[in-house]
Design a protein around this ligand. Structure first.
Ligand code: AMP
Ligand code: MG
Length: 356
């Protein structure tokens, strides 16, 4: 099956309600399999929409106030990080992008500091200033278009994370017209925040932030959580399962937000900051497994941009995370740390290759 991508705007409008329903279903289903042994009288469920996605959780050994706190903290972070939220007093990223500088909350300052470090360590494969390109391709308005080369080269002057100045909680741009967007890292950062809340307030939990999954503790029967890895050809299905505990798992997929242009080519929402062009390197998805949500989310995007060889190199230089990379030639590259914990689902014939 081909990835589901938007073809033309008029088609998109007709399909909107269907897509919304499908997206909610897919993200709820795709991230985790709760399996047997996780149910119990002390289970509390949570589901709501925030961060432009569907968020769901099952908590064990927790009080309702913990669940409420998780929801309110995620919503707070969402309004602080939103690039489109013109309302309210705490829309720090919106104001930074509008005014070119802003005094931000401690949370946003910390996220900025860590994200900028990750931009540097990935040599700009992750670049939190890529937003002007994202807008130009229509990924914000959903009015997709293929920009001209000259327009992309004009915009390239605005895209460079090293032109973001940070002094404590003050952020500013060194060039007029730059924009910051934490879209590639925000769900991971939110997962870290949820993990902190859970540490003293729940015995175990599985939390799915639109495909970024926090597997906290173990199931009631002491078995590991099983997290589904989406099938890139049909993201409502799993192509494999990963058993894990106390990990945050983030996936970047070329199938997630993409469109088919007038030229018949499919363009994904992950952009190479050096060219301004959506990445097309034979990778379908990158799943990162680590102890840090921010790191998992940042690296899922960055390693996608780096490509298979770049990802391997980065892994060997760092080794504080694991990955599962699915390639268009039906190969699954799986790092040694999770190789034994990853099982293909029935009917999937990916050739699994260990990366050491
Ligand atoms: P993710 O799904 O975590 O890979 O995040 C992808 C989102 O991050 C996109 O929808 C864009 O808004 C933004 N993005 C795309 N390419 C990059 C990049 N190379 N660096 C940082 N953010 C990006
Ligand atoms: Mg990411």
């Amino acid at each position: 099956m081909r990835p589901f991508c938007f073809r033309k705007r008029y088609k998109m409008k007709k399909l909107t309600s269907l897509i919304v329903a499908a997206a909610l279903f897919a993200s709820a289903l795709c991230a985790c399999s709760f399996g047997s042994g996780s149910s119990g009288s002390d289970e509390i469920s949570l589901s709501f929409e925030a961060m432009d996605t569907f968020i769901s959780a099952k908590l064990y050994g927790a009080q309702q106030e913990t669940v409420d706190k998780i929801e309110s903290e995620i919503k707070r972070l969402d309004s602080e990080l939103s690039v489109v939220n013109a309302e309210g007093e705490n829309n720090y990223v919106y104001r930074l992008n509008r005014d070119g500088s802003a005094q931000v909350s401690d949370d946003v300052a910390e996220l900025a500091r860590q994200s900028l470090e990750l931009c540097k360590s990935t040599n700009g494969a992750l670049d939190v200033t890529v937003y002007p390109f994202i807008e130009e391709w229509g990924f914000v308005s959903k009015d997709y278009k293929i920009p001209s080369k000259s327009r992309l080269s004009e915009l390239s002057g605005l895209v460079n994370y090293s032109n973001v100045a940070q002094s404590g909680s003050n952020l500013s741009f060194k060039k007029e017209g730059m924009k910051l967007d934490f879209g590639a890292v925000a769900k991971g950062y939110a997962a870290d925040m949820v993990q902190k809340i859970l540490k003293d307030n729940a015995s175990s939990a599985i939390v799915n932030l639109g495909g970024t999954v926090l597997a906290f503790g173990k199931k009631h029967d002491e078995s590991l959580w099983r997290v589904g890895i989406a099938d890139p050809d049909n993201s409502a299905a799993y192509m494999g399962m990963l058993s894990c505990t106390d990990k945050i798992i983030a996936t970047s997929g070329s199938y997630e937000r993409c469109f088919t242009g007038e030229d018949g080519k499919t363009y994904s929402h992950i952009i190479d900051p050096k060219t301004g062009i959506p990445v097309d390197n034979g990778i379908l998805s990158v799943t990162i497994i680590s102890d840090s949500g921010l790191r998992s989310d940042a690296l899922s995007t960055a390693l996608f941009v780096m490509g298979k060889e770049g990802a391997e190199k980065y892994y060997r230089e760092n080794k504080d995370f694991d990955y599962i990379i699915l390639a268009a030639d039906k190969k699954a590259y799986v790092t040694a740390g999770v190789y034994d914990d990853f099982k293909l689902a029935d009917g999937y014939d990916y050739k699994t290759i260990i990366v050491e």
